[in-house]
Design a protein around this ligand. Structure first.
Ligand SMILES: *[C@@H]1O[C@H](CO)[C@@H](O)[C@H](O)[C@H]1NC(C)=O
Length: 193
C-alpha cells in the first residue's frame, strides 16, 4: 500500500468507528427479552418501518425498581397477556421500569397487541406502574426520550413520528391522567392521531 492508501484507510476506519461507537450512547440500555426470562412469541407479524405512531400506555401494576423486580413484573404481565388475553406475545413493544431501564416486549418492528386498530402501524410503549396521580420519574422519562431518539437513528421510527396516549384512540384511561398531561408537552405529541 502506498502512503495515500494508508492515510485513506486510517481516515475511513476513524470515521467508521465514530459512527459505530455512536449507537450505544444514543440508545438507552435495552434489556432483551431473554434478560428478563420472557417467553418467545407464539406467532409473529411485522410492522412496516419506519413506524409513524408511538402510543404511550401505563401497565397499572406495581412499579419496579430493580432488574429482578422488573423481570418478575414483566413475566406476570406477559403471562396475563398470553394466557388470559390470548395474545401471541407481551402486548407492548417495549416497557420502561422505575429502574430507568427499557425492556424489550414484543420488540422492534413486531405487531404487538396494545391498541386495537393501531397495532400494525405503531409501537406501544408502556410505563410499568400506575401514573394516574403520579408522574413517572425523570429517570423513566429520560429513558423514553433516549429510546425514541435511538429508534429514529436506527430507522425503526419515522423522523416525523406522532406520539399520543392510548386513551386518545381507545376506551382506556391509559397512560394515566398525570402521565398524559406530561406527554402533552412533548415535541411530537399530537392531538389528532
Ligand atoms: C391507579 O391510581 C388511581 C389514582 O391513585 C387509583 O384511583 C386507581 O384505583 C389505581 N388503579 C389501580 C388498578 O390500582
Amino acid at each position: 500500500m502506498d502512503k495515500k492508501m494508508i492515510k485513506y484507510s486510517v481516515l475511513w476506519l476513524h470515521f467508521y468507528c465514530v459512527v459505530c461507537s455512536d449507537l450505544p450512547t444514543i440508545c438507552p440500555n435495552i434489556i432483551s427479552k431473554s434478560g428478563w426470562n420472557g417467553l418467545p412469541a407464539t406467532h409473529q407479524d411485522y410492522v412496516k418501518i419506519p413506524v409513524e405512531n408511538i402510543i404511550i400506555h401505563h401497565t397499572v401494576s406495581e412499579e419496579c425498581y430493580s432488574l429482578e423486580e422488573c423481570a418478575t413484573s414483566l413475566r406476570n404481565i406477559q403471562s396475563f397477556h398470553m394466557d388470559e388475553l390470548e395474545f401471541h406475545d407481551m402486548g407492548y413493544n417495549f416497557l420502561i421500569g422505575s429502574d430507568g431501564n427499557v425492556y424489550e416486549g414484543a420488540g422492534w418492528h413486531k405487531i404487538a397487541a396494545h391498541t386495537r386498530g393501531y397495532n400494525s402501524r405503531s409501537l406501544g410503549i408502556a410505563f410499568v406502574g400506575n401514573f394516574s396521580s403520579k408522574v413517572p420519574s425523570e429517570k423513566m422519562l429520560n429513558a423514553l426520550r433516549k429510546f425514541l431518539e435511538c429508534g429514529v437513528k436506527l430507522g425503526e421510527i419515522d423522523q416525523e413520528y406522532k406520539l399520543f396516549g392510548g386513551r386518545q384512540v381507545s376506551a382506556t384511561s391509559s397512560p394515566g391522567a398525570k402521565l398524559f398531561k406530561e406527554i402533552k408537552t412533548w415535541p411530537h405529541f399530537t392531538n389528532s392521531p
